[in-house]
Design a protein around this ligand. Structure first.
Ligand code: HEC
Length: 119
C-alpha cells in the first residue's frame, strides 16, 4: 500500500519532469525549442517580438495567411519552399489551433482594411 503510493508519486513526478522537458522554451525569445526553432528565430523575430508568435495559434493555412499578409504589406521577405515548409510545420505543430485561451484568429481577408497602412 505504502510502496505503491510512493511509486505513484514518483511516476507523477517523472511525468511532470517529462512534460517540462518536452516543451523547453528559449530564454531569449520565449519560443518553444523544437525542429524549425532556429529558422523561426532567425526569420521571425527581426521586426517584432516573438510574443506575436507565442500568443498566436493557427493551423498551417492560417499561419501561411499571416505570412502572406506580412509579405504583402509589412516588407517580410520571400522564403524558398523548403524553408517555408519548415517554418509552417514548426508554427502549426507548436502553436496549433485549439490550445489557446482565446478564440482562433480571424482570417486577414475577413478583416477591414488596415487604417494605418499607406494607400
Ligand atoms: C519585415 C518585418 C517582419 C518580419 C520579418 C516578420 N513579421 Fe510578423 N509582423 C510584422 C508587422 C509589421 C506586424 C504587425 C504589427 C502590428 O500589428 O503592430 C506583424 C504581425 C505579426 C503577427 C500578428 C498577426 C495577428 O494577426 O495577430 C504574427 C503572428 C506574426 N507577425 C508572425 C510572424 C512570423 C511567424 C514571422 C516569420 C515567418 C514574422 N512574423 C516575421 C512584420 C514582420
Amino acid at each position: 500500500m505504502k510502496k505503491s503510493l510512493i511509486v505513484g508519486i514518483l511516476t507523477l513526478f517523472i511525468g511532470v519532469l517529462h512534460v517540462n522537458a518536452s516543451s523547453k522554451v528559449d530564454e531569449q525569445t520565449g519560443l518553444i525549442i523544437a525542429p524549425g526553432f532556429e529558422e523561426v528565430k532567425t526569420n521571425c523575430t527581426v521586426c517584432h517580438s516573438a510574443k506575436f508568435i507565442t500568443l498566436q495559434r493557427g493551423d498551417k493555412a492560417s499561419w501561411l495567411s499571416m505570412i502572406r499578409w506580412m509579405q504583402k504589406t509589412q516588407g517580410l521577405w520571400e522564403f524558398d519552399k523548403p524553408l517555408e515548409e519548415t517554418i509552417l510545420t514548426y508554427l502549426a505543430t507548436n502553436y496549433p489551433p485549439g490550445k489557446a485561451s482565446r478564440r482562433p484568429n480571424l482570417k486577414h481577408t475577413a478583416l477591414p482594411p488596415n487604417p494605418y497602412e499607406k494607400p
